[in-house]
Structures are given as structure tokens and as C-alpha cells.
Design a protein around this ligand. Structure first.
Ligand SMILES: [Fe+2]
Ligand SMILES: [Fe+2]
Length: 168
């Protein structure tokens, strides 16, 4: 009986993994999402590379902590969390304005191009929490992306990138 339960858990975990990677790959192959490759992010990575790192690290944390999450929403929200198309310095946008406003910009842009559910909207809007304090993560998926974004930003800024494929 115990072996059957373990087998069932393993099968479910594999199925969730398949759903996550399929959703992430399909989003990354979308031509609109691919445009994020054209923007440098955290000095050494592209915005698409950073978003990929955040998605994969969020999923890694969900598995490590055994959190039950909607893996499709996790992949969609994470890959779109920085879905904006400007270079802050080139466009003369102030640091605080950018930090506090870009989640809203990303959400507006993403809603124009994709049909998002409430979890995905919250992931994008709250990923910079506690800035602003009112935009709180309200689901597990958003908490994971909020943490993963800070970890990846630090690694990318200091070490040049996150060795993301090696964490599994
Ligand atoms: Fe961001
Ligand atoms: Fe980010």
C-alpha cells in the first residue's frame, strides 16, 4: 500500500514537471515573449534570460519545499513578470519610478497579449513586494516568484548569471 502511494506521488510529481516545462517552453517560443531577448537586464543577462531563471528557480523552490502549486500559472506568471519593453537608463526613467511602476506596466502589457488568470496577475503585480507594500503576494505562486526574482537578480548582478540548469 505504501509503495503504491509513493508510486502515485512520483507519477503526479512527474506529470506536474511535464506541465511546467511544456508551459514554459510554449511561452518562451511565443514571438511576443521572445522580444524580451532584445533588452539587457541586470547588466549581463537579457530580460528573457532573467525571466527564464526566475521561472525555473521558482519551480525549484516549489519542489524543494513541497508546495502544491499550479505549475502552469507559475510558469506563465514568472515568464511575464518583467514584461515591459524599455531600457530604463536610455529612456531616462528614474530608479524609484521604475521599481515601483514596472510591475503595473508589465501587467498591462501582459493583459493585452495574453488571457491571464488571477494568480498570474498577482504574480506579476506583486513580484517587487514590499515595493509597493500594498501589492502583496496573495498566493503561493506569487510568493515563490517574489523570492526567486530577488535571488536571481542578485546572482545575475554579482556573478553574471544563475547556474540555473544545474540546480536540479
Ligand atoms: Fe521586475
Ligand atoms: Fe525580475
Amino acid at each position: 500500500m505504501r509503495a503504491e502511494i509513493t508510486e502515485l506521488k512520483t507519477a503526479r510529481s512527474l506529470e506536474r514537471g511535464k506541465q511546467f516545462w511544456e508551459t514554459l517552453t510554449s511561452m518562451e517560443n511565443n514571438p511576443r515573449v521572445k522580444r524580451l531577448r532584445d533588452f539587457t537586464h541586470h547588466r549581463f543577462t537579457s530580460r528573457l534570460g532573467h525571466s527564464h531563471n526566475v521561472a525555473v528557480y521558482s519551480y525549484y523552490l516549489a519542489r524543494k519545499w513541497n508546495w502544491k502549486v499550479n505549475v502552469e500559472s507559475l510558469a506563465v506568471g514568472a515568464i511575464l513578470h518583467d514584461y515591459y519593453h524599455y531600457n530604463r537608463k536610455e529612456d531616462g526613467i528614474g530608479g524609484y519610478t521604475h521599481i515601483s511602476q514596472h510591475p503595473k506596466t508589465a501587467l498591462n502589457n501582459a493583459q493585452q497579449d495574453f488571457n491571464l488568470n488571477e494568480k498570474e496577475k498577482n504574480i506579476i503585480l506583486s513580484h517587487m513586494w514590499p515595493v509597493p507594500r500594498s501589492a502583496r503576494p496573495r498566493c503561493r505562486e506569487a510568493v515563490l516568484v517574489c523570492i526567486a526574482d530577488k535571488y536571481c537578480a542578485y546572482q545575475e548582478g554579482v556573478n553574471g548569471n544563475v547556474d540555473i540548469e544545474k540546480i536540479f
